[in-house]
Write a protein that binds this ligand. Sequence first.
Ligand code: NAG
Ligand code: NAG
Ligand code: NAG
Ligand code: NAG
Ligand code: NAG
Ligand code: NAG
Ligand code: NAG
Ligand code: NAG
Ligand code: NAG
Ligand code: NAG
Ligand code: NAG
Length: 705
Amino acid sequence: GPPAGDGALGAPGRWALPSFPGSCQGNSVERKIYIPLNKTAPCVRLLNATHQIGCQSSISGDTGVIHVVEKEEDLNWVLADGPHPPYMILLDGNLFNRSVLMQLKGTSRVSGLAVSIAKPNPPQGFSPGLKCPNDGFGVYSKDYGPQYAHCNTTVWNPVGSGLSYEDFDFPIFLLEDANETQVIKQCYQDHNVPRDGSGPEYPLCAMQLFSHMHAVTSTVTCMRRNSIQNTFSINPETVCDPLLDYNVWSTLQPINSSGKVDREQEVIIVATRIDSHSFFWNIAPGAESAVSSFVTHLAAAEALHKASDVHSLQRNVMFTFFQGETFDYIGSSRMVYDMEKDKFPLRLDNIHSFVELNQVALRNGSVLWMHTDPVSWMNESVQTQVRNLLDILSNSSVGANVTLQEAGYSQPLPPSSFQRFLRARHIPGVVLTDHQAAFQNRYYQSMYDTPENIRMQYPEGLSPEETLEYVTDTAKSLAEVATVVARALYRLAGGANNTSAIQADPKTVTRMLYGFLIKMNNSWFQSIIKPDLKGILGDVPQHYVAVSSPVNTTYLVHYVLANLTGTVVNLTKEECLNPDKTPNAEKELYDYAWVQGSLDPNSTTRVPYCVRSTVRLSKALSPAFELRQWGSTEYSTWTESRWKEIRARIFLVASKELEVSFRRTFSLPLPMLENTKSLRLTLSPKFTPSWGFACPSNSWCQQCR
Ligand SMILES: *[C@@H]1O[C@H](CO)[C@@H](O)[C@H](O)[C@H]1NC(C)=O
Ligand SMILES: *[C@@H]1O[C@H](CO)[C@@H](O)[C@H](O)[C@H]1NC(C)=O
Ligand SMILES: *[C@@H]1O[C@H](CO)[C@@H](O)[C@H](O)[C@H]1NC(C)=O
Ligand SMILES: *[C@@H]1O[C@H](CO)[C@@H](O)[C@H](O)[C@H]1NC(C)=O
Ligand SMILES: *[C@@H]1O[C@H](CO)[C@@H](O)[C@H](O)[C@H]1NC(C)=O
Ligand SMILES: *[C@@H]1O[C@H](CO)[C@@H](O)[C@H](O)[C@H]1NC(C)=O
Ligand SMILES: *[C@@H]1O[C@H](CO)[C@@H](O)[C@H](O)[C@H]1NC(C)=O
Ligand SMILES: *[C@@H]1O[C@H](CO)[C@@H](O)[C@H](O)[C@H]1NC(C)=O
Ligand SMILES: *[C@@H]1O[C@H](CO)[C@@H](O)[C@H](O)[C@H]1NC(C)=O
Ligand SMILES: *[C@@H]1O[C@H](CO)[C@@H](O)[C@H](O)[C@H]1NC(C)=O
Ligand SMILES: *[C@@H]1O[C@H](CO)[C@@H](O)[C@H](O)[C@H]1NC(C)=O
């Protein structure tokens, strides 16, 4: 029979009974011309203890007639006037904001969204993150500096729209390639633009987005379902996975990783985060929010390791790179937990002080701000130590083009890993940033936090190899910060010699910026990783934490740190890969890596070698999952839903009869299958045919056969 709601366009709205084009009783081998979109990134569903956020399509994908929205007035067609709802919107990146998205959320006339990238970056800023990042998981609470909780004193990310934390029941995709965006616009121009005052005629250009998500409601719900499935089902099907990766750490002086350091041993922790995020899955350039600081940290580690008397310093230094910090401090909360539970070579009591590098690339002039915890200032003994820390840092900047200033005692710490340590102990610490109050970064946790955001500029016409080596102003500036940090660490560790020889290398910094922001697959990264890891060197780096690990960023931070702080040792491949069988290898103290080495000049062979370092990985999985407390408010509970397929395509629809099947179909528990009449497509000569089956989802076709 005729599908429900036929003709009464949009009338049954979003709660229409779902119908499936090409379902079994119809003509399931109907052929249709599809153009797949090859360069897209979806918004996916994430869940925490209490909520689901992100996006999804119905199980068979969502379809709609394309409408291009380039200015706010264009929305009227979609929201009110257009005769062919629901619409798939091609949204200009400059309109991808909270007010537009909330209007679209409230209507049944929209079946999905494809967002183009604004060029240049939106000048007013764009951050889909929260105004108060990681609120509730830092140190400030009703029991600790309640006046500072919930960003009461300082709103760190004022441009944050919180879009990443909204729940959308339609698919949203990013169009990464401007040429593909152009293909869609052309199809729209040719078929969908209203002409001569009347609405457009069939055939119309339509888009279909697939991003159905398996997990619903919350982490509590999906983890329960996982565990039931895994316990009782013969065919276990996990619906969500905890965000999970590894922290990377190393020490200036080697420590026994399978033992415990002495109680008296004092260690200074240097920390940064290495992960970032955006609205879209695995789009996380994080130039300012993560890369600027971890690159500076790596450069400081290299500089300090080169100091001549590091082995006789009274205190040790631990270089710590946290994963998953974006999602309520996964990495740091796990390390604190492991230290408390004696599952880490250090105890919290070994920590002498804590120095964190946050966002440091957008300094105003030369100023770098030192943030401290106002509550710690009330404790006299801690206050003395914090004062000492600030003085050492200030003195270390003498002669450098870095002016260290105190952000003030009336202000709490910005979102930082250090807060997770403060939750556990009165540790003296400082967080270094380029902002005194609100972030300088106007693109925090967004796709626009790119090399341009930290003003990286290269002359035109350089080859990739020349670009790798070209020292940018950004690299020079970050090297200055790294120099100050390295000198301060030397003093904090008890070093008494003149520090003028401790100097971070702008050449190293520039290579790291290139590798972590522009092109991972460069000759330096190729030469310093293990041969079996060469597949991780994709082109444009992304720094999203994973669910199966380690992710590319983690590996690369590991091997860059090993390269910068380790030593080349004369071991054979056999010895390097089996240090436990190698005399004097001291496996508990060192990590050994057999790395690819550089290409021989004029040849295709590499000269591999063995690198010894103190670099280690430690798990960055929230303790909430270790403890099976999926409703925890103490620890991060973020999980990522699983999905079967993510894809996007455009095609022409022949007639109105199909429209009902475009209506957004919701994943009701038992979808009713309906007849769809066979349809015939008028082929546009503009399309290169690529044949596909009309049956939208193989699983549906198969179920009925
Ligand atoms: C989960 O995330 C939502 C959306 O950001 C937030 O409102 C809620 O407070 C979070 N729940 C917990 C327990 O943190
Ligand atoms: C886009 O198209 C232009 C002109 O056709 C071409 O020069 C360019 O390489 C294409 N870009 C991509 C990313 O394919
Ligand atoms: C995606 O790739 C396919 C196969 O190479 C090609 O036919 C199609 O035109 C591409 N899609 C777009 C939008 O360019
Ligand atoms: C490291 O610690 C383990 C466990 O305490 C101990 O057995 C081993 O001898 C130590 N190794 C070194 C090199 O100190
Ligand atoms: C001050 O800090 C020290 C640790 O450095 C701690 O032992 C002591 O309890 C703190 N005092 C107060 C009043 O909190
Ligand atoms: C640094 O100090 C140590 C003693 O702590 C001394 O033995 C050494 O010669 C000094 N090195 C330099 C380069 O000044
Ligand atoms: C990286 O680049 C090399 C050429 O320098 C190439 O052979 C290799 O396939 C690339 N690796 C990846 C993962 O793209
Ligand atoms: C990360 O590594 C995987 C292989 O493990 C590779 O397929 C992927 O392209 C890499 N990601 C990026 C952004 O390069
Ligand atoms: C680090 O990499 C550089 C360039 O590939 C190489 O010359 C150097 O020997 C490496 N150092 C270590 C310790 O691996
Ligand atoms: C490395 O070790 C081999 C054998 O153990 C030895 O023949 C060679 O001279 C050593 N090379 C260097 C540079 O020490
Ligand atoms: C590499 O090849 C170039 C040109 O083919 C030649 O000029 C150069 O001398 C060669 N270098 C080596 C180390 O063989």
